[in-house]
Design a binder for this molecule. Sequence first.
Ligand SMILES: [Zn+2]
Length: 158
Amino acid sequence: MTLVLKMLRNVDESVADWLPSRLPIIAAKFALRHRIAVVLSPSPSVRANVIYRDSIEESQSAFGFYSHFPSRRAVWAPPRCSGLIVVAANLRPLAHQICERREIVAETICHELVHYEQWRDGRKPTERGVEQRAKALVRAMVRDMPQFLKRTSVQQTE
Ligand SMILES: [Zn+2]
């Protein structure tokens, strides 16, 4: 199946201009069996309020999170999607070069897709090995396509 990109308003242009052409490359690294929404948030971090039994637990802020449906924990589901990834797209601009910001966004999407695979395969959610795998996947994408993190434009051929 596929990743469905949804950008909220005011997403960092250097990410908004670049990700639509790269998301299929990221998706191709995973055996997706569901439609997963990837929502880009115009914020330096995101945080999920997790509903568990009768209490709301606020998670730590992070670059991204993943949730699947149907889930008693999920309070919002995009239409026709089985899972949701929310990614912080407006990383503090002065702290990172454009390519670094894109690298973090790509790694975050990969990281959350590894959590999707854990769910898909009926495994327990764990952080073990997830970040290493996400970084290795993005390294492989850059190796296969040296322009992966570079600026794209309609004039440019790749
Ligand atoms: Zn994680």
